[in-house]
Design a protein around this ligand. Structure first.
Ligand SMILES: Cc1cc2nc3c(=O)[nH]c(=O)nc-3n(C[C@H](O)[C@H](O)[C@H](O)COP(=O)(O)O)c2cc1C
Length: 414
Protein backbone atom coordinates (compact mmCIF):
# COMPACT_ATOMS: atom_id res chain seq x y z
CA UNK A 1 0.00 0.00 0.00
CA UNK A 2 1.39 3.37 -1.04
CA UNK A 3 2.01 6.41 1.10
CA UNK A 4 2.05 10.06 0.08
CA UNK A 5 5.81 9.93 0.55
CA UNK A 6 6.10 7.53 -2.39
CA UNK A 7 5.15 10.45 -4.67
CA UNK A 8 6.85 13.73 -5.47
CA UNK A 9 5.48 17.00 -6.79
CA UNK A 10 7.75 18.45 -9.45
CA UNK A 11 7.53 22.19 -9.97
CA UNK A 12 10.32 23.39 -12.24
CA UNK A 13 13.56 22.29 -10.59
CA UNK A 14 11.89 21.52 -7.27
CA UNK A 15 11.05 18.03 -6.07
CA UNK A 16 8.58 18.42 -3.23
CA UNK A 17 6.65 16.31 -0.81
CA UNK A 18 3.26 16.57 -2.56
CA UNK A 19 1.50 18.28 0.34
CA UNK A 20 0.46 21.89 0.05
CA UNK A 21 -1.06 23.58 3.08
CA UNK A 22 -3.75 25.88 1.68
CA UNK A 23 -4.02 29.60 2.29
CA UNK A 24 -6.33 30.51 5.17
CA UNK A 25 -7.33 34.11 5.27
CA UNK A 26 -6.57 36.71 7.75
CA UNK A 27 -3.60 35.01 9.25
CA UNK A 28 -5.06 31.61 10.02
CA UNK A 29 -2.37 30.15 7.75
CA UNK A 30 0.39 32.07 9.48
CA UNK A 31 3.98 32.53 8.47
CA UNK A 32 4.86 29.95 11.15
CA UNK A 33 2.55 27.36 9.59
CA UNK A 34 3.86 27.99 6.09
CA UNK A 35 7.44 27.81 7.34
CA UNK A 36 6.81 24.38 8.85
CA UNK A 37 5.34 23.07 5.60
CA UNK A 38 8.38 24.38 3.71
CA UNK A 39 10.86 23.03 6.27
CA UNK A 40 9.29 19.59 5.91
CA UNK A 41 9.71 19.70 2.14
CA UNK A 42 6.18 20.63 1.10
CA UNK A 43 4.50 23.90 0.22
CA UNK A 44 3.01 26.34 2.71
CA UNK A 45 0.87 29.40 2.12
CA UNK A 46 0.68 32.74 3.76
CA UNK A 47 -2.37 34.80 2.89
CA UNK A 48 -2.45 38.32 1.56
CA UNK A 49 -5.87 39.04 3.09
CA UNK A 50 -5.94 42.25 5.15
CA UNK A 51 -2.17 42.44 5.39
CA UNK A 52 -2.10 45.98 6.82
CA UNK A 53 -4.13 44.69 9.78
CA UNK A 54 -2.00 41.58 10.06
CA UNK A 55 1.11 43.75 9.98
CA UNK A 56 -0.23 45.87 12.86
CA UNK A 57 -0.66 42.76 14.97
CA UNK A 58 2.65 41.16 14.03
CA UNK A 59 5.02 44.02 13.40
CA UNK A 60 3.55 46.85 15.50
CA UNK A 61 2.68 49.08 12.57
CA UNK A 62 -0.31 51.46 12.78
CA UNK A 63 -1.97 51.11 9.40
CA UNK A 64 -5.49 50.56 10.71
CA UNK A 65 -5.38 53.35 13.27
CA UNK A 66 -4.02 55.79 10.71
CA UNK A 67 -6.56 54.84 8.05
CA UNK A 68 -9.40 55.19 10.53
CA UNK A 69 -8.02 58.57 11.58
CA UNK A 70 -7.90 59.73 7.98
CA UNK A 71 -11.48 58.68 7.21
CA UNK A 72 -13.07 59.22 10.60
CA UNK A 73 -15.31 61.93 9.16
CA UNK A 74 -17.01 59.27 7.06
CA UNK A 75 -17.85 56.69 9.74
CA UNK A 76 -21.54 57.54 9.97
CA UNK A 77 -21.84 58.03 6.21
CA UNK A 78 -23.48 55.27 4.17
CA UNK A 79 -21.47 56.17 1.08
CA UNK A 80 -18.02 54.59 1.40
CA UNK A 81 -16.65 55.60 -1.99
CA UNK A 82 -14.18 58.11 -0.49
CA UNK A 83 -12.48 55.40 1.56
CA UNK A 84 -9.41 54.51 -0.48
CA UNK A 85 -6.36 52.42 0.30
CA UNK A 86 -3.01 54.08 -0.11
CA UNK A 87 -1.29 51.85 -2.69
CA UNK A 88 2.15 52.62 -1.26
CA UNK A 89 1.08 51.43 2.16
CA UNK A 90 -0.45 48.22 0.82
CA UNK A 91 2.84 47.53 -0.94
CA UNK A 92 4.73 48.25 2.26
CA UNK A 93 2.58 45.93 4.41
CA UNK A 94 2.80 43.13 1.82
CA UNK A 95 6.55 43.65 1.49
CA UNK A 96 7.14 43.38 5.23
CA UNK A 97 5.11 40.21 5.67
CA UNK A 98 6.50 38.45 2.61
CA UNK A 99 10.11 39.49 3.22
CA UNK A 100 10.10 38.49 6.88
CA UNK A 101 8.53 35.14 6.08
CA UNK A 102 10.93 34.39 3.24
CA UNK A 103 13.94 35.36 5.34
CA UNK A 104 12.91 32.82 7.95
CA UNK A 105 12.47 30.00 5.43
CA UNK A 106 14.48 26.82 6.01
CA UNK A 107 14.49 23.52 4.16
CA UNK A 108 13.71 22.49 0.62
CA UNK A 109 10.05 23.40 0.43
CA UNK A 110 8.34 26.48 -0.95
CA UNK A 111 6.21 29.29 0.38
CA UNK A 112 3.38 30.69 -1.70
CA UNK A 113 0.92 33.49 -1.04
CA UNK A 114 -2.84 33.08 -1.43
CA UNK A 115 -4.25 36.08 -3.23
CA UNK A 116 -8.01 36.55 -3.32
CA UNK A 117 -9.54 38.56 -6.16
CA UNK A 118 -12.68 39.16 -4.09
CA UNK A 119 -10.70 41.45 -1.80
CA UNK A 120 -11.62 44.31 -4.08
CA UNK A 121 -10.45 47.03 -1.67
CA UNK A 122 -12.35 49.85 -3.36
CA UNK A 123 -10.14 49.65 -6.44
CA UNK A 124 -10.00 46.05 -7.61
CA UNK A 125 -7.41 46.24 -10.36
CA UNK A 126 -4.92 48.61 -8.79
CA UNK A 127 -4.90 47.08 -5.32
CA UNK A 128 -4.54 43.57 -6.75
CA UNK A 129 -1.67 44.65 -8.99
CA UNK A 130 0.15 46.22 -6.04
CA UNK A 131 -0.32 43.14 -3.85
CA UNK A 132 0.92 40.75 -6.55
CA UNK A 133 3.87 42.94 -7.44
CA UNK A 134 4.96 43.48 -3.83
CA UNK A 135 4.85 39.73 -3.16
CA UNK A 136 7.06 39.05 -6.19
CA UNK A 137 9.43 41.91 -5.37
CA UNK A 138 10.00 40.45 -1.95
CA UNK A 139 10.90 36.94 -2.98
CA UNK A 140 7.71 34.90 -2.65
CA UNK A 141 8.18 31.46 -4.25
CA UNK A 142 4.71 31.37 -5.78
CA UNK A 143 1.27 32.92 -5.93
CA UNK A 144 -2.01 31.04 -5.75
CA UNK A 145 -4.79 33.08 -7.32
CA UNK A 146 -7.97 32.46 -5.33
CA UNK A 147 -11.58 33.55 -4.77
CA UNK A 148 -12.34 34.79 -8.25
CA UNK A 149 -11.89 33.93 -11.91
CA UNK A 150 -8.74 36.10 -12.20
CA UNK A 151 -9.33 36.64 -15.89
CA UNK A 152 -7.10 39.72 -15.91
CA UNK A 153 -4.59 38.83 -13.17
CA UNK A 154 -1.76 37.49 -15.36
CA UNK A 155 -2.13 40.62 -17.47
CA UNK A 156 -1.63 42.80 -14.38
CA UNK A 157 1.85 41.38 -13.76
CA UNK A 158 3.08 40.29 -17.18
CA UNK A 159 5.68 43.08 -17.24
CA UNK A 160 7.16 42.07 -13.91
CA UNK A 161 10.72 40.69 -14.21
CA UNK A 162 9.70 37.62 -12.18
CA UNK A 163 6.53 36.90 -14.18
CA UNK A 164 8.09 33.84 -15.81
CA UNK A 165 10.12 32.60 -12.86
CA UNK A 166 7.66 32.87 -9.95
CA UNK A 167 5.33 29.88 -9.69
CA UNK A 168 1.80 30.96 -10.54
CA UNK A 169 -1.28 28.85 -9.90
CA UNK A 170 -5.01 29.26 -9.74
CA UNK A 171 -7.80 27.68 -7.74
CA UNK A 172 -10.79 26.54 -9.79
CA UNK A 173 -13.90 24.58 -8.94
CA UNK A 174 -14.94 23.66 -12.47
CA UNK A 175 -13.50 22.87 -15.87
CA UNK A 176 -15.37 25.87 -17.23
CA UNK A 177 -13.60 28.27 -14.85
CA UNK A 178 -10.24 26.82 -15.87
CA UNK A 179 -11.04 27.08 -19.57
CA UNK A 180 -12.03 30.73 -19.18
CA UNK A 181 -8.88 31.51 -17.25
CA UNK A 182 -6.62 29.81 -19.81
CA UNK A 183 -8.36 31.55 -22.67
CA UNK A 184 -8.06 35.00 -21.12
CA UNK A 185 -4.47 34.45 -19.97
CA UNK A 186 -3.23 32.96 -23.27
CA UNK A 187 -2.31 36.42 -24.52
CA UNK A 188 0.48 36.62 -21.92
CA UNK A 189 2.07 33.48 -23.40
CA UNK A 190 2.21 31.83 -20.03
CA UNK A 191 0.45 28.81 -18.57
CA UNK A 192 -0.19 28.41 -14.85
CA UNK A 193 2.45 26.24 -13.17
CA UNK A 194 -0.24 24.36 -11.23
CA UNK A 195 -3.99 24.29 -10.85
CA UNK A 196 -5.71 23.65 -7.53
CA UNK A 197 -9.04 21.91 -8.11
CA UNK A 198 -11.15 22.77 -5.09
CA UNK A 199 -14.26 20.71 -4.41
CA UNK A 200 -17.36 21.56 -2.36
CA UNK A 201 -16.12 20.22 1.00
CA UNK A 202 -13.40 22.87 1.42
CA UNK A 203 -13.24 25.61 4.03
CA UNK A 204 -13.50 29.31 3.30
CA UNK A 205 -15.52 30.57 0.34
CA UNK A 206 -16.82 27.99 -2.08
CA UNK A 207 -16.71 28.19 -5.86
CA UNK A 208 -20.19 26.59 -5.93
CA UNK A 209 -23.73 27.77 -5.35
CA UNK A 210 -25.98 26.52 -2.59
CA UNK A 211 -26.35 23.38 -4.70
CA UNK A 212 -22.81 22.42 -3.61
CA UNK A 213 -23.91 18.96 -2.31
CA UNK A 214 -24.57 17.94 -5.91
CA UNK A 215 -20.86 18.17 -6.80
CA UNK A 216 -17.91 16.07 -5.83
CA UNK A 217 -14.20 16.62 -6.01
CA UNK A 218 -13.25 13.30 -7.61
CA UNK A 219 -15.60 13.88 -10.55
CA UNK A 220 -14.47 17.49 -11.17
CA UNK A 221 -10.85 16.47 -10.81
CA UNK A 222 -11.21 13.64 -13.37
CA UNK A 223 -13.01 15.91 -15.80
CA UNK A 224 -10.26 18.55 -15.66
CA UNK A 225 -7.49 15.93 -15.83
CA UNK A 226 -9.01 14.29 -18.90
CA UNK A 227 -9.55 17.60 -20.68
CA UNK A 228 -5.95 18.69 -20.03
CA UNK A 229 -4.73 15.36 -21.43
CA UNK A 230 -6.88 15.80 -24.50
CA UNK A 231 -5.44 19.28 -25.02
CA UNK A 232 -1.93 17.89 -24.35
CA UNK A 233 -1.46 20.41 -21.58
CA UNK A 234 0.87 19.18 -18.88
CA UNK A 235 -0.17 21.27 -15.88
CA UNK A 236 0.17 19.75 -12.39
CA UNK A 237 -3.24 19.31 -10.78
CA UNK A 238 -3.69 19.66 -7.04
CA UNK A 239 -7.09 18.58 -5.67
CA UNK A 240 -8.38 20.15 -2.43
CA UNK A 241 -11.38 19.90 -0.16
CA UNK A 242 -12.07 17.05 2.21
CA UNK A 243 -8.75 15.22 1.80
CA UNK A 244 -8.53 14.21 5.43
CA UNK A 245 -6.03 11.33 5.60
CA UNK A 246 -2.85 10.29 3.85
CA UNK A 247 -4.86 7.53 2.18
CA UNK A 248 -7.37 10.05 0.80
CA UNK A 249 -4.39 11.87 -0.68
CA UNK A 250 -2.87 8.70 -2.13
CA UNK A 251 -6.17 7.91 -3.89
CA UNK A 252 -5.87 11.22 -5.77
CA UNK A 253 -2.13 10.84 -6.43
CA UNK A 254 -2.82 7.44 -7.98
CA UNK A 255 -5.44 9.06 -10.21
CA UNK A 256 -2.90 11.48 -11.62
CA UNK A 257 -2.87 14.33 -9.09
CA UNK A 258 0.53 15.99 -8.74
CA UNK A 259 -0.10 16.86 -5.09
CA UNK A 260 -2.91 17.68 -2.69
CA UNK A 261 -3.93 20.88 -0.94
CA UNK A 262 -5.14 20.48 2.63
CA UNK A 263 -6.14 22.93 5.33
CA UNK A 264 -8.73 21.82 7.90
CA UNK A 265 -6.44 19.39 9.71
CA UNK A 266 -3.95 22.23 10.26
CA UNK A 267 -6.55 24.49 11.92
CA UNK A 268 -5.90 22.72 15.22
CA UNK A 269 -2.13 23.12 15.24
CA UNK A 270 0.00 25.41 17.41
CA UNK A 271 1.31 27.21 14.34
CA UNK A 272 -2.18 28.06 13.07
CA UNK A 273 -3.38 31.59 13.78
CA UNK A 274 -6.73 30.64 15.35
CA UNK A 275 -6.79 31.36 19.09
CA UNK A 276 -6.65 28.19 21.25
CA UNK A 277 -10.21 28.61 22.59
CA UNK A 278 -11.53 28.81 19.01
CA UNK A 279 -9.52 25.71 18.12
CA UNK A 280 -11.45 23.83 20.83
CA UNK A 281 -14.71 24.76 19.04
CA UNK A 282 -13.26 23.21 15.89
CA UNK A 283 -12.24 20.05 17.75
CA UNK A 284 -15.58 19.66 19.47
CA UNK A 285 -17.81 20.36 16.45
CA UNK A 286 -20.25 17.68 15.34
CA UNK A 287 -21.44 17.31 11.76
CA UNK A 288 -24.64 19.30 12.35
CA UNK A 289 -22.68 22.15 13.93
CA UNK A 290 -21.35 23.03 10.46
CA UNK A 291 -23.23 24.92 7.76
CA UNK A 292 -22.76 26.52 4.38
CA UNK A 293 -24.44 29.90 4.41
CA UNK A 294 -24.60 33.09 2.37
CA UNK A 295 -23.64 35.68 4.97
CA UNK A 296 -20.38 36.56 3.23
CA UNK A 297 -20.78 39.90 1.45
CA UNK A 298 -18.60 38.54 -1.37
CA UNK A 299 -21.63 36.70 -2.71
CA UNK A 300 -19.90 33.31 -2.46
CA UNK A 301 -21.30 30.69 -0.09
CA UNK A 302 -19.04 30.04 2.86
CA UNK A 303 -18.73 27.10 5.25
CA UNK A 304 -18.46 27.79 8.96
CA UNK A 305 -19.38 26.63 12.44
CA UNK A 306 -22.97 27.59 13.26
CA UNK A 307 -21.72 28.96 16.59
CA UNK A 308 -19.56 31.63 14.87
CA UNK A 309 -20.09 34.99 16.60
CA UNK A 310 -20.13 36.57 13.13
CA UNK A 311 -23.55 35.03 12.40
CA UNK A 312 -26.33 37.49 13.21
CA UNK A 313 -23.94 40.20 14.37
CA UNK A 314 -25.16 43.70 13.52
CA UNK A 315 -22.08 45.82 14.15
CA UNK A 316 -21.60 49.10 12.34
CA UNK A 317 -19.61 48.58 9.12
CA UNK A 318 -15.94 49.17 9.78
CA UNK A 319 -14.94 50.27 6.28
CA UNK A 320 -12.95 53.30 7.40
CA UNK A 321 -10.59 51.03 9.34
CA UNK A 322 -10.79 48.01 7.01
CA UNK A 323 -12.91 48.21 3.84
CA UNK A 324 -11.32 45.23 2.09
CA UNK A 325 -14.57 44.13 0.46
CA UNK A 326 -15.68 47.48 -0.91
CA UNK A 327 -16.21 47.26 -4.63
CA UNK A 328 -15.06 49.88 -7.13
CA UNK A 329 -18.05 52.07 -6.22
CA UNK A 330 -17.58 51.81 -2.47
CA UNK A 331 -20.38 49.28 -1.94
CA UNK A 332 -20.46 46.15 0.16
CA UNK A 333 -23.47 43.87 0.63
CA UNK A 334 -23.10 44.13 4.40
CA UNK A 335 -23.51 47.91 4.34
CA UNK A 336 -26.81 47.51 2.49
CA UNK A 337 -28.05 44.86 4.91
CA UNK A 338 -26.98 46.91 7.94
CA UNK A 339 -28.60 50.10 6.66
CA UNK A 340 -31.84 48.23 5.97
CA UNK A 341 -31.97 46.98 9.57
CA UNK A 342 -31.12 50.39 11.00
CA UNK A 343 -33.90 51.98 8.92
CA UNK A 344 -36.36 49.29 10.04
CA UNK A 345 -35.51 49.75 13.74
CA UNK A 346 -34.79 53.46 14.18
CA UNK A 347 -35.11 53.31 17.98
CA UNK A 348 -32.85 50.30 18.51
CA UNK A 349 -29.43 50.77 20.11
CA UNK A 350 -28.22 47.55 18.50
CA UNK A 351 -29.51 45.82 15.40
CA UNK A 352 -29.31 42.21 14.33
CA UNK A 353 -28.26 41.49 10.75
CA UNK A 354 -28.80 37.88 9.82
CA UNK A 355 -28.42 37.76 6.04
CA UNK A 356 -24.90 39.26 5.78
CA UNK A 357 -21.92 39.82 8.05
CA UNK A 358 -19.16 42.38 8.36
CA UNK A 359 -16.60 39.86 7.16
CA UNK A 360 -13.56 42.16 7.49
CA UNK A 361 -14.16 42.76 11.19
CA UNK A 362 -15.13 39.22 12.02
CA UNK A 363 -12.32 37.53 10.09
CA UNK A 364 -9.89 40.01 11.62
CA UNK A 365 -11.12 39.10 15.12
CA UNK A 366 -11.30 35.34 14.46
CA UNK A 367 -15.06 35.47 15.00
CA UNK A 368 -16.03 33.91 11.69
CA UNK A 369 -15.15 30.26 12.20
CA UNK A 370 -14.85 29.09 8.64
CA UNK A 371 -13.90 25.44 8.30
CA UNK A 372 -13.90 22.44 6.02
CA UNK A 373 -16.78 19.95 6.04
CA UNK A 374 -14.68 17.34 7.85
CA UNK A 375 -14.00 19.59 10.82
CA UNK A 376 -16.28 17.25 12.74
CA UNK A 377 -13.62 14.54 12.36
CA UNK A 378 -10.88 16.62 14.00
CA UNK A 379 -11.75 15.05 17.35
CA UNK A 380 -10.43 11.77 15.92
CA UNK A 381 -7.02 13.35 15.28
CA UNK A 382 -6.04 14.16 18.86
CA UNK A 383 -6.38 13.06 22.46
CA UNK A 384 -8.48 14.59 25.20
CA UNK A 385 -6.90 16.16 28.23
CA UNK A 386 -8.31 15.82 31.74
CA UNK A 387 -10.17 19.12 31.52
CA UNK A 388 -12.07 17.89 28.48
CA UNK A 389 -10.10 19.93 25.97
CA UNK A 390 -8.36 18.35 23.02
CA UNK A 391 -4.60 18.55 22.71
CA UNK A 392 -3.46 21.08 20.13
CA UNK A 393 -1.19 19.35 17.61
CA UNK A 394 2.05 20.44 15.99
CA UNK A 395 2.00 21.21 12.29
CA UNK A 396 4.87 18.76 11.91
CA UNK A 397 2.76 15.98 13.42
CA UNK A 398 -0.13 16.61 11.03
CA UNK A 399 2.15 17.06 8.01
CA UNK A 400 3.98 13.79 8.71
CA UNK A 401 0.72 11.97 9.32
CA UNK A 402 -0.39 12.94 5.81
CA UNK A 403 3.02 12.00 4.46
CA UNK A 404 3.44 8.56 6.01
CA UNK A 405 0.08 7.14 7.06
CA UNK A 406 -1.58 4.17 5.36
CA UNK A 407 -4.91 2.35 5.54
CA UNK A 408 -6.89 5.51 6.32
CA UNK A 409 -5.22 5.67 9.71
CA UNK A 410 -4.63 8.87 11.65
CA UNK A 411 -1.72 9.00 14.08
CA UNK A 412 -2.59 10.40 17.49
CA UNK A 413 -0.09 12.64 19.31
CA UNK A 414 2.06 10.87 21.90
C1 LIG B 1 -10.13 28.16 8.17
C2 LIG B 1 -9.99 28.14 6.68
C3 LIG B 1 -9.79 29.33 5.99
C4 LIG B 1 -9.63 29.33 4.60
N1 LIG B 1 -9.37 30.50 3.97
C5 LIG B 1 -9.08 30.50 2.64
C6 LIG B 1 -8.64 31.68 1.99
O1 LIG B 1 -8.48 32.73 2.61
N2 LIG B 1 -8.39 31.61 0.66
C7 LIG B 1 -8.53 30.45 -0.04
O2 LIG B 1 -8.28 30.43 -1.24
N3 LIG B 1 -8.92 29.31 0.55
C8 LIG B 1 -9.18 29.32 1.88
N4 LIG B 1 -9.51 28.14 2.50
C9 LIG B 1 -9.53 26.87 1.70
C10 LIG B 1 -8.23 26.09 1.86
O3 LIG B 1 -7.11 26.80 1.42
C11 LIG B 1 -8.24 24.71 1.19
O4 LIG B 1 -8.24 24.78 -0.21
C12 LIG B 1 -9.38 23.79 1.59
O5 LIG B 1 -9.93 24.10 2.84
C13 LIG B 1 -8.88 22.36 1.60
O6 LIG B 1 -9.84 21.49 2.10
P1 LIG B 1 -9.75 20.89 3.60
O7 LIG B 1 -9.87 22.04 4.50
O8 LIG B 1 -10.89 19.93 3.66
O9 LIG B 1 -8.41 20.20 3.75
C14 LIG B 1 -9.71 28.11 3.89
C15 LIG B 1 -9.93 26.93 4.59
C16 LIG B 1 -10.07 26.92 5.96
C17 LIG B 1 -10.28 25.62 6.68
Amino acid sequence: MKRVDDFRLTLGKHELVPIMVGGMGVDISTAELSLEAARLGGIGHISDAMLPTVSDRRYNTKYVKNKLQQYKFNVANTDKSVVQFDLGLIAEATATHVRRTMEAKRGDGLIFINCMEKLTMNSPKETLRVRLKAAMDNGIDGITLAAGLHLGSFGLIEDHPRFRDVRLGIIVSSLRALQLFLKKSARTGRMPDYVVVEGPLAGGHLGFGMDWPEYDLATIFAEIRDWLREQQLDIPLIPAGGIFTGSDAVAFLEQGAAGVQVATRFTVTTECGLPPDVQQHYFKADEDDIEVNQISPTGYPMRMLKSSPAIGSGIRPNCEAYGYLLDANGNCQYIEAYNREVAAHPEAKKVKVSDKTCLCTHMRNFDCWTCGQFTYRLKDTSVREENGDYRILSAEHVFRDYQFSTDGRIALPT
